[in-house]
Design a protein around this ligand. Structure first.
Ligand code: FES
Ligand code: FE2
Length: 368
């Protein structure tokens, strides 16, 4: 099944810590790449294909800032230009490899897969929580065997938490998230927000673990999406007998980068403002996130299999009320992808992903 991408934007290629002394093979938007860190140019990305006999350069090794092909030893610099051919002095002009602009920010490596002349670091989305001293940050990665758009459908309708994630962030035996109304807004023709207030609910397991007790809480949750693959789930919660200003808050960044039409790199960054130095809690949060995201990965892999077997299927086959935000998200993605299809130099600049919180317009309606 063909996916829908647009490429004149920055996408996450790696967590910064992944790219060290060794070369890393990674496929993004169907393009096979070799990533490595250089002294001269920071992280660079080259097409993973030697121009001599098309052997993957990722089979080779680094020599200083160069990548040396595993087969006949040609070397390529950070700009993709061949610097050495064993046994000859003359280097043909065609002996070079396409490169893709990379930039490090927020402890992430960003890559621009579209028109390289348009790659401006000022267009990197603002995810400042990911390296702010005001938040405690944990990170991870999962490989999803599905079209990244299925992840977007999943993230924009969080009512599934009640059913899929009852070990961590859902509690279907007490209440269903779907019972609480969701407010969906499309902002600046660039992002979709689905905000839900859940007053006076039983704390789901992960929240009980964080609070140190099972209790009744007020909880709010916003799913914020900026196409093609930047998601933030903004969560706040506090005991019902405490004021909203005391809320624990976290931002879960879900950074989706298409690998192929049917597979996705899923980078996550969890930023919290509570129990900031509690290392034990940090480890528990990591475990809970991995369990939660693996539950999504498992069901989306199954869904992808069914879609592959039914290539003409359109989902949702039957639309229900919960589909409003996912449908708006798909529509916005489609509009932006179509704009780039019509004009290969079109760019959709990112906008601020304003988090909801006690003082924000969308986050202020719960009684303390
Ligand atoms: S295939 Fe790379 S040098 Fe020959
Ligand atoms: Fe989920």
């Amino acid at each position: 099944m063909k996916s829908e991408w647009f490429k004149n934007c920055w996408m996450v290629a790696a967590h910064a810590g992944e790219i060290g002394d060794s070369i890393v093979a990674r496929q993004i938007c169907g393009q096979k790449l070799v990533l490595h860190r250089t002294a001269e140019s920071g992280v660079v990305a080259l097409e993973d294909k030697c121009p001599h006999r098309l052997v993957p350069l990722s089979l080779g090794r680094k020599v200083g800032d160069q990548v040396m092909c595993a087969y006949h030893g040609m070397r390529f610099g950070p700009d993709g230009v061949c610097t050495d051919i064993p046994g000859q002095k003359q280097i043909p002009a065609a002996a070079c490899v396409p490169t893709f602009a990379c930039h490090e920010r927020y402890n992430l490596v960003w890559i621009w897969m579209g028109d390289q002349a348009l790659a401006d670091p000022a267009l990197i989305p603002d995810l400042h929580w990911a390296d702010s001293p005001d938040w405690t940050v944990t990170t991870g990665y999962l490989h999803f065997e599905c079209d990244y758009r299925l992840c977007t459908d999943n993230l924009m309708d969080l009512s599934h938490e009640s059913y899929i994630h009852k070990r961590t962030i859902g509690n279907v035996d007490d209440e269903s998230i779907a019972e609480f109304p969701v407010k969906v807004t499309v902002e600046q023709d660039r992002l979709v927000r689905a905000h839900r207030e859940m007053p006076n609910i039983v704390s789901p397991p992960m929240f009980s673990m964080i609070l140190g007790e099972e209790t009744r809480i007020h909880r709010w949750q916003s799913a914020i999406y900026m196409p093609p693959g930047i998601h933030m789930t903004n969560v706040g919660f506090h005991r019902v007998d405490r004021p909203r200003e005391s809320a624990h808050m976290h931002m879960m960044l879900h950074l989706l980068t298409p690998e192929t039409d049917g597979s996705t790199h899923y980078f996550w960054v969890f930023c919290r403002n509570y129990h900031r130095d509690d290392e034990e809690l940090t480890q528990s949060v990591v475990r809970a996130n991995v369990v939660t995201l693996q539950e999504d990965a498992d069901i989306l892999k199954i869904q992808q299999g069914v879609l592959d077997a039914n290539p003409d299927a359109v989902v949702p086959k039957v639309g229900i009320g919960l589909d409003v935000a996912p449908v708006q998200a798909r529509r916005l993605l489609h509009r932006l992808a179509a704009a780039e299809e019509a004009d290969r130099t079109a760019i959709a600049p990112p906008v601020a992903m304003v988090a909801d919180g006690p003082l924000s317009p969308t986050g202020g309606s719960l009684a303390a």
